[in-house]
Design a protein around this ligand. Sequence first.
Ligand SMILES: [Zn+2]
Ligand SMILES: [Zn+2]
Length: 384
Amino acid sequence: MLVLHMIPWLNAFISYYTETVMSTTQFSSELRGQYKAKAYAAASAKSPLAPTTIPRRDPGEHDVQIEILFCGICHSDLHQVRNEWSGIPTVYPCVPGHEIVGRVTKVGSAVTKFKPGDLAAVGCLVDSDGNCHECQAGLEQFCLHMTLTYNSPDVHLGGVTYGGYSDSIVVKEHFVLRVPSNLNLAGAAPLLCAGITTYSPMRHWGVTKGKKVGVVGLGGLGHMAVKFAHAFGAHVVVFTTSPNKKEDALRLGADDVVISRNTDQMSKHEGSFDFILDAVSAEHDINAYIRLLRRDGNITLVGAPDKPHAVSALSLLLKRHSLSGSLIGGIAETQEMLDFCGKHNITADVEVISIQKVNEAYERLSSADVKYRFSIDMASLKSQ
Ligand SMILES: [Zn+2]
Ligand SMILES: [Zn+2]
């Protein structure tokens, strides 16, 4: 969910919560029972993550309580912990984590899809208003009143929501996903953000067998995009600035690798792509990729460079090219993605760490030193 901070409507929904919902939370917090959960939190933008306890609500009738087994580390976690997003100022203490996989420990009386002992997952969202146009369309990620898994106002307990760097979480049933039992759980955790972020735009733009698909950037998002495009039966080309990533790209399912700084290699592919997923958050020339699209081809951004892209209108209009963005996916599509992963045995390539190593992992993530995602083994929090 690298792109969330760039979206102006988030400001609108934050003010909505601050002005209307937050004013009512004091009341509900007095009514709702709560328990203490172990977690790792940052006390300020400059503090390392450290052990603490946080309140979680006792599960209500529609809630599922989950013992967290693994939580992936998304680049968004690092940005939020360091308060680097002006659109979503961080409230401290901050417990990040929105790539959550665990086991159900308790369910409310009205819960029908889960029972204790089931595997379960939670992604970037834990609530929405359920009745707006977006929610009705199953696109809760675009709901103006959605609640992010962490650092969103918590209507139950007051304060803000706390994420997955914790031993448990309580989430409304609608936002809890089923996890196919054949998947490696450490590698399944990143599917909840990196997975759906790349799966959703490829489904939306019709990536199927026989299509030629480009993936720009081979990091946490890019490596998932390669796996999905390959599983959809597309011809997959990875664009990278690092020649040493070639072997890995091929292993992950790419059919071809292009060194993007090599103009000869780039021009060989001109006008040939049906779809390109751009997962790069660093500054780069997007026109170089738009030129590679065939008529009616689309390039979708899931990375968000700080500086706006300079887009040539000509490169778009000459072959009716389109440029879009995409943001995670709705709950139904996230479930579809997990089921697809179960069927094709797709998980993220992860480096499993203990929670005690999380600050070190953040440093390494800052310098892109991970293949391709860190996944925290939450058993390590038990001994804390
Ligand atoms: Zn994320
Ligand atoms: Zn809604």
